[in-house]
Design a protein around this ligand. Structure first.
Ligand code: SF4
Length: 77
């Protein structure tokens, strides 16, 4: 079963944030084509909506994601 992230084609993380192709591939392997449920960006999209994902948020920044999801902090723009 394909468990790839449905947000991959539009995920701004790879468009604006990751400058290193090697690092981008590592994130894609681990999260986008691996365990999307573990991605902090995906968590925010599912819990509170795509619009609240900070463009520069890394997939492994769980604490920031939880802060946003729990409404403790507004995302920086
Ligand atoms: S970084 Fe996260 S939200 Fe973006 S495509 Fe990959 S798994 Fe999906």
């Amino acid at each position: 079963m394909d468990n790839s992230c449905e947000l991959l084609s539009s995920c701004s993380f790879f468009v604006v944030e990751v400058k290193s192709p090697a690092l981008a591939e590592e994130f894609k392997r681990k999260y986008c084509n691996g365990n999307k449920e573990a991605c902090s960006r995906y968590m925010i999209a599912k819990e509170v909506g795509l619009a609240l994902i900070p463009p520069a948020l890394y997939p492994n920044e769980y604490d920031k994601a939880l802060d946003i999801i729990h409404g403790k902090k507004q995302p920086k723009t």
